[in-house]
Ligand binder design. Structure first.
Ligand SMILES: NC(=O)c1ccc[n+]([C@@H]2O[C@H](COP(=O)([O-])OP(=O)(O)OC[C@H]3O[C@@H](n4cnc5c(N)ncnc54)[C@H](OP(=O)(O)O)[C@@H]3O)[C@@H](O)[C@H]2O)c1
Length: 324
């Protein structure tokens, strides 16, 4: 049976699992096998996952290029495609925020070309640009929509006030905030607002960058960006991984893996339509697909939250302050 949810006011029909492509950014994740990732994308479609997330910043265009290679071989309307704009890239690979109108238009054209498509379903502002007048940004997004280059637009990594202010000027009907059962900050205000306004919400990093997948036991070391991430170090890493492993009997009760139990629980929040999961291999997307449509009892849902309520790990950085 097809697993689809309506993505808020956009009306897009999307899978509860969204395929995330940040893993194609070597700067963060090291080199990945393009063959494996293309195979995982094909597997996603076979498993009824139709939602794909990327950004021009992931690998400075490389993730979009690989996704474009995949899209060239499939029916365009079998995919709901989200990508993002924010950075002005210098020839030396340095970058700075730029949501000026001319730059958005130029980046949109470049994304369309790399993605080998003539429209983007969901175009997101990757971060908030303090120098860009909100009316101008909204007018630019609306113009791209009217030209048929994008179907809907929204934001990522915005605070509630930044998002509300943007919505005064334009139909920003989608949001991509960071959220996991280790990082519940947006539950206090952002998610209730999205629910009340019927905003489409696709949360990112549901497995806390791999930490909640159940494969780590607390002794591992990392060579990618996680080697400098506080949740992946020392005592805190050991505490979190032990808490995740402690959920194994509950996962067994549902016939799910730890990854699937935690992803299924994450998707239970009524404001969240889809979770953008980071994928490197066909097996990883198959495991994520197995979480779709799985019900967790209310008492178990709160037991998972309690198990993962570990002091000091719920907040690492300000969600609006990161750059990718
Ligand atoms: N808007 C934004 O600013 C923003 C920021 C970050 C991410 N995103 C989007 O959200 C996506 C997901 O974020 P994330 O990469 O942080 O996600 P995540 O889903 O929390 O973690 C992904 C990592 O988990 C591991 N993994 C995945 N499936 C697994 C499985 N079945 N079993 C065991 N391990 C598994 C992989 O790393 P290992 O195998 O190496 O452990 C993978 O790189 C990104 O790809 C991107 O599209 C958006």
């Amino acid at each position: 049976m097809s697993q689809r949810v309506i993505f808020g006011k956009t009306g897009l029909s999307v899978s509860p699992v969204c395929f995330g492509t940040w893993q194609l950014s070597p700067r963060f994740w090291g080199d990945q096998s393009k063959t494996d990732i293309l195979a995982a994308m094909r597997k996603a479609l076979d498993l009824e996952i139709n939602f794909f997330d990327t950004a021009d910043a992931y690998g400075d265009g490389y993730a979009e290029t690989v996704l474009g290679e995949f899209m060239a071989g499939v029916r365009r309307n079998s995919i709901i495609l989200a990508t993002k704009v924010f950075n002005h890239f210098n020839p030396d690979a340095s970058r700075y925020p730029d949501l000026s109108s001319a730059h958005i238009v130029e980046r949109c054209e470049a994304s369309l070309k790399r993605l080998r498509t003539d429209y983007i379903d969901l175009y997101l502002l990757h971060f908030f640009d303090p120098l860009a007048p909100l009316a101008d940004v909204a007018e630019t997004m609306e113009r791209l929509r009217q030209q048929g280059k994008i179907r809907h637009y929204g934001v990522s990594n915005h605070t509630l006030e930044q998002f509300r202010a943007s919505r005064v000027f334009g139909a920003f009907n989608a949001a991509q905030p960071s959220y996991s059962l280790l990082d519940l900050r947006i539950e206090t205000d952002f998610l209730p607002y999205c629910l009340a306004e019927n905003v489409g919400v696709m949360i990112y990093s549901p497995m806390h960058k791999g930490l909640l997948t159940g494969k780590y036991k607390g002794h591992e070391t990392f060579t990618d960006f996680r080697k400098g991430h506080p949740d992946f170090q020392d005592e805190r890493f050991r505490k979190i991984t032990a808490a995740v492993q402690g959920l194994k009997p509950m996962a067994d009760k549902y016939g799910l893996s730890l990854y699937q139990l935690i992803l299924a629980a994450t998707l239970m929040h009524p404001a969240i339509q889809s979770a953008v999961t980071g994928i490197k291999t066909p097996d990883q997307i198959a495991e994520a697909a197995g979480a779709m449509g799985k019900e967790i009892e209310r008492s178990d849902y709160f037991a998972i939250r309690s198990a993962l309520a570990i002091d000091g790990v719920t907040k690492v950085k300000d969600a609006a302050g990161k750059t990718k």
